[in-house]
Design a binder for this molecule. Structure first.
Ligand code: ADP
Ligand code: ASP
Ligand code: MG
Length: 395
């Protein structure tokens, strides 16, 4: 029995005709002798619309209740797809996360999959050729319903593929992974291969084509992810361990809505750095692009998403309430622009080309890893910076 796990995102199941189209695609694979597990997202913009509804009621979006609400979207899509498959004579069953046994942590709205009971799926394949599973959903050991974070259906699919040791195919409205977002830059190049590490950087730096946690799981279990289009048979991209082509720079990602927090002139006490970041982490705040400089005083700068500005401000004023003589600045409206490439490890001169491309653009902060360089710029310079980098690195 050959099992393939396929995932169809929101745009692939946006209306009933599209759901019927997905059913036809599944049917074709079954005719070729495969059994299919199909993970689906909510139809179109359903999740956004549900959040909007909740916000019309209150600003206090209690995470547990939000998850109760948001998980309904995937359930609608899964059952409609099962009905469409039944209608064309395919034996199938749809399952929600509880029925499929997708056990997660209890971090509502951003739960992580702890384990997945594949026994039930295998058992159901005795009588069925397709099992439809709601993406994005999980269930805690206590029976609470959770979600895996926005875009989390990719993670559901890869986790199911890992549990079944099956092929994993992720279908969306674009024909694969491109050097940069093909909807914003139609001339972006499609990448035939991309390594887990590059894809992890791209996803966490803003490319929403794959949920970054899905790439982490694929890397851990050695699952190759194929990404392709639901609407064409054009050959897509493979996310895997090695990139045979080893390009120096493969892709560029952009993340908007960044706030830079700068603490300057703090006393030269190195424990303070640890204390600040420990408290910030305890608040569940994700900071990024950290720089610490000590001269006459201690200066710390980092970024955080704009949405968390008041939370971080409250946290910092609490930590530093007994201290005097320092400054805190918050600057919003920044974008983080990153280039990623596995070949950077073994090639020199990338940084110099990068800064040459950005020579007339005021850069606020820079961070690097072995395979990426990120810089923070005011949003008004974003387009210019992106264009220069795309030209320089032929993306
Ligand atoms: P789905 O709803 O199927 O999960 P998403 O909207 O989450 O699809 O992800 C697909 C979208 O990701 C594309 O429409 C594209 O605009 C965006 N995207 C951003 N960066 C990239 C990239 N480097 N390659 C491909 N798509 C990208
Ligand atoms: N429906 C969820 C979202 O919009 C999950 C997903 O699409 O992967 O975030
Ligand atoms: Mg997605």
């Amino acid at each position: 029995m050959k099992i393939i796990v396929q995932k169809y995102g929101g745009s692939s199941v946006a209306d009933t005709n599209k759901i019927k189209n997905v059913a036809q695609r599944i049917s074709k694979k079954i005719e070729e002798g495969n059994k299919l597990v199909v993970v689906v997202s909510a139809m179109g913009k359903t999740t956004d619309n549900l959040i909007k509804l909740a916000k019309e009621i209150t600003n206090n979006l209690v995470p547990r209740e939000l998850d109760m609400l948001l998980t309904t979207g995937e359930q609608v899509a899964a059952s409609l797809l099962a009905l469409a498959l039944n209608d064309i004579g395919i034996k199938c069953k749809s399952l929600n996360a509880f029925q499929a046994g997708i056990v997660t942590t209890s971090d509502f709205t951003q739960a992580r999959i702890k384990n997945l009971k594949s026994k039930k799926i295998k058992y159901l394949f005795k009588e069925n050729n397709a099992i439809i599973i709601t993406g994005f959903q999980g269930i805690t050991e206590e029976g609470e319903i959770t979600t895996l974070g926005r875009g989390g259906s990719d993670t559901s699919a890869v986790a199911v593929a890992a549990a079944l040791n099956a092929k994993c195919e992720i279908y969306s409205d674009v024909a694969g992974i491109y050097s940069t977002d093909p909807r914003i830059h139609p001339t972006a190049k499609k990448l035939k291969f991309i390594t887990y590490d590059e894809m992890l950087e791209m996803s966490s730096l803003g490319a929403k084509v794959l949920h970054s946690r899905s790439v982490e799981i694929a890397k851990k279990f050695g699952i190759t992810i194929y990404c392709g289009s639901t609407f064409s048979d054009e050959e897509g991209s493979y996310v895997m361990k090695k990139n045979i082509e080893q390009p120096v720079v493969s892709g560029l990602s952009v993340m908007d809505n960044q706030t830079q927090v700068t603490l300057s002139n703090l006393p030269l006490d190195y424990n303070l750095v640890q204390q600040i970041f420990e408290k910030v982490a305890k608040e569940g705040l994700n900071v990024d692009m950290i720089s610490v400089i000590s001269n006459t005083g201690l200066n710390i700068s980092f970024t955080i998403i704009e949405e968390k500005k008041s939370h971080i401000a409250k946290t910092l004023s609490n930590i530093l309430k007994d201290m005097k003589g320092f400054n805190i600045d918050y600057h919003s409206g920044y974008s983080k622009i990153s280039i990623v490439g596995i070949g950077m490890k073994s090639s020199s001169g990338v940084a110099s080309k990068y800064f040459k491309a950005l020579e007339k653009i005021p850069i606020k902060l820079v961070t690097t890893s072995e395979i990426k360089i990120s810089c923070l710029v005011e949003e008004k310079f974003k387009d210019k910076a992106v264009k220069a980098l795309i030209e320089t690195f032929e993306l």
